[in-house]
Design a protein around this ligand. Structure first.
Ligand SMILES: [Zn+2]
Length: 620
């Protein structure tokens, strides 16, 4: 039984460091190559030595990267340039443009700010990106003669894609991160009804069914408004290419409507990065942005102004959007350190934070954060979490499964307890297997092989023209035929078409193709001549007279039994019956031998003749 083997090297019962090793139809593929943002040691990168003792390039057929978030691509230069991999890497055009930007950003934080030594260089990032092959949405790309991949729009962030991977009749879908509902700047994820053997889905929000978008937005605006009303400062840590566009549009409109004067800032780097890439990949955004973007800058807001570092110490209320989103480094962390001890202030985390980051710690109620340089801050400000991050929620995941109809589901990129809940739900609702392997744990998913067999048209026509025998129609298993049996005689067109027919043919395997054809077609197709199969029976008898006398006696006997038109004398020692059964008489002193020969098509007639002769000419 063929099987698909899946081993997560990261994101198995965990969020962060997505890296999933898949073997399908003899091909080895790595899905994403992420890093764990919560660790600074070896646990940061996947353990590539697990894959093979030999060179990675010999073992892996390709790497596929779903989107630019570092927990999906952060380990890529380490793997290709430091561990060593020279094979192809597939990603979309926007991901290829944005990956190196985020990688370089992270490298700077790690090497220049934290002073790490064993880290990839800028040159390595560039060399790594040279190995990237870009894929266009909905275009089937042949990795080699057997392996093909196809990308679909995933929403989530600019350039994010889901991948359909196929080897022969086996296939799987890897979602990466995706969002099933459209937002202000991106569309919703979409995929063909491709019925894969396996769907590997993220499950970040496996148990969350998010309240309506409008509720969430009202809640967010109220919280910001209340905080600035009491004179507090509000920090919103964001990623330049994530939710920030959504939130800015929302806040700007609200400030206008409420006629608020409190300053809102965004950090310059953030706006520049966002503008540049949204402009470059405008076709990946949603319709509305495409229409308005021609006229305005993504950060051309009435109330939101560029931020200067010196503003951090300004007295009075303000709202600041700053990167990065999980408070693990950079300006957002610097501002947090300044503002954290004041109970009047507020930080709003608009997305998921991976374990180990400051964002994750404060969301879990930490009241004091220790930093590596032995400093620490008291957390007195209000910590709010608003799920604006564009992942599918439980409803979205179920919706995707319903739409793409996989034969098995695997959950990754989620927390174990939440995945377990969703797993039970999936198995109940869809009656299919659901897996959720941990890191380093291999799941083996058996797949059945579907073979496409072509049937020749002449054979089909011939079969359809044959009268349906009563026994074959009664063997019909369709429920409608049994219900119609009460109205026997009412032989409607519908009833006739439901009758089953048995098709007799020859199965031909040629040029990797399977066809069922008629016998004569098969001879022509294969260039062989027909063989005739004949059976011959020897009957020894005690007759002592001359051979012609026995021939004549047999002629008379058989004519009586079968009708004289059936039996012909060929010569003095040979008869033929129905032109196909032959009877030869040989003189075998002292008796005679009758040789009876018939084709397998005339099995009935042959046996009958054998019975007649044997019962009339017994050897004593
Ligand atoms: Zn993501």
């Amino acid at each position: 039984m063929p099987e698909i083997k899946v081993t997560p090297l990261g994101a198995g019962q965990d969020v962060g460091r997505s890296c999933i090793l898949v073997t399908i139809g003899g091909k080895n593929i790595m899905l994403d190559c992420g890093m764990h943002m919560g660790y600074n040691d070896d646990r940061r990168f996947p353990d590539f030595s697990y894959i093979t003792d030999g060179p990675l390039t010999d073992y892996l057929d390709c790497i596929i990267i779903s989107h630019f978030h570092l927990d999906h691509c952060g380990a890529l230069p380490y793997m290709t340039e430091m561990v060593g991999y020279n094979g192809p890497i597939y990603m979309t055009q926007p991901t290829k443009a944005l990956c190196p930007v985020l990688l370089e950003d992270m490298r700077k934080v790690a090497v220049e700010r934290k002073g790490e030594t064993n880290f990839f260089t800028s040159v390595m990032i560039k060399d790594c990106m040279k190995k990237v092959v870009t894929v266009t949405l909905h275009e089937t790309l042949q990795v080699d003669s057997d392996l093909e991949i196809k990308a679909y729009y995933a929403g989530h962030v600019l350039g994010a894609a889901m991948f359909h991977i196929r080897v022969g009749s086996q296939s799987l879908v890897y979602t990466g991160d995706y969002n099933m509902t459209p937002d202000r700047h991106l569309g919703a994820a979409w995929i063909d009804k491709c019925r894969p053997d396996l769907l590997i889905s993220e499950s970040t929000y496996a148990t969350t069914i998010r309240d309506s978008k409008r509720c969430r937005e009202r809640d967010f605006l109220k919280k910001v408004h209340d905080a600035v009303d009491r004179g507090g400062k509000v920090l919103i840590p964001v990623f330049a290419l994530g939710r920030v566009q959504e939130l800015c549009i929302l806040l700007d409109t609200y400030w206008d409507r409420m006629n608020l004067k409190v300053p809102i800032y965004f950090t310059m780097g953030l706006a520049e990065t966002a503008n540049k890439y949204y402009r470059m990949f405008i076709t990946w955004t949603n319709q509305k942005i495409r229409r308005t973007f021609v006229h305005r800058n993504m950060f051309d807001f009435k109330h939101i102004k560029p931020f200067d570092k010196s503003y951090m110490d300004n007295p009075g209320p303000m709202v600041v959007f700053a990167t990065p989103g999980m408070l693990h480094a950079g300006l957002s962390l610097a501002i947090f350190k300044k503002w954290a001890s004041n109970a009047n202030n507020m930080v709003i985390m608009p997305g998921y934070c991976v374990q180990g980051t400051v964002g994750h710690k404060i969301l879990n109620g930490a009241k004091k954060i220790d930093f590596e340089n032995r400093t620490s801050v008291e957390v007195n400000l209000t910590v709010e979490y608003m799920s604006f991050s564009a992942h599918a929620d439980a409803k979205g995941i179920m919706q995707l499964i319903r739409h793409c109809e996989p034969k098995n589901v695997m959950l990754v990129h989620g927390e174990n307890a939440k995945m377990e809940f969703l797993k039970q739900k999936i198995m109940q609702e869809f009656n299919i297997n659901c897996y959720k392997p941990g890191n380093g744990e291999t799941s083996i998913i058996p797949v059945s092989i579907d073979l496409d067999v072509e049937v020749s048209l002449p054979l089909l026509k011939h079969t359809m023209a044959l009268p349906t025998s009563s026994s074959s129609s009664s063997s019909s298993s369709s429920s409608s035929s049994s219900s119609s049996s009460s109205s026997r005689g009412n032989n409607t067109e519908e009833n006739r078409t439901k009758k089953q027919k048995v098709l007799h043919g020859v199965l031909i395997m040629k040029n990797n193709n399977l066809r069922i054809v008629g016998v004569n077609e098969a001879w022509g197709d294969l260039g062989v001549t027909a063989h005739n199969l004949r059976f011959t029976e020897r009957i020894e008898v005690d007759e002592t007279g001359p051979v012609p006398a026995l021939t004549s006696a047999l002629h008379t006997l058989l004519s009586q039994k079968l009708g004289s038109s059936q039996v012909q004398a060929v010569n003095e020692f040979q008869l033929s019956v129905a032109d196909s059964v032959f009877i030869n008489i040989q003189d075998d002193e002292p008796g005679k031998t009758i040789l009876l020969s018939w084709t397998h098509q005339d099995e009935g007639l042959g046996s009958k003749l054998l019975d007649i002769i044997k019962s009339n000419y017994k050897k004593s």
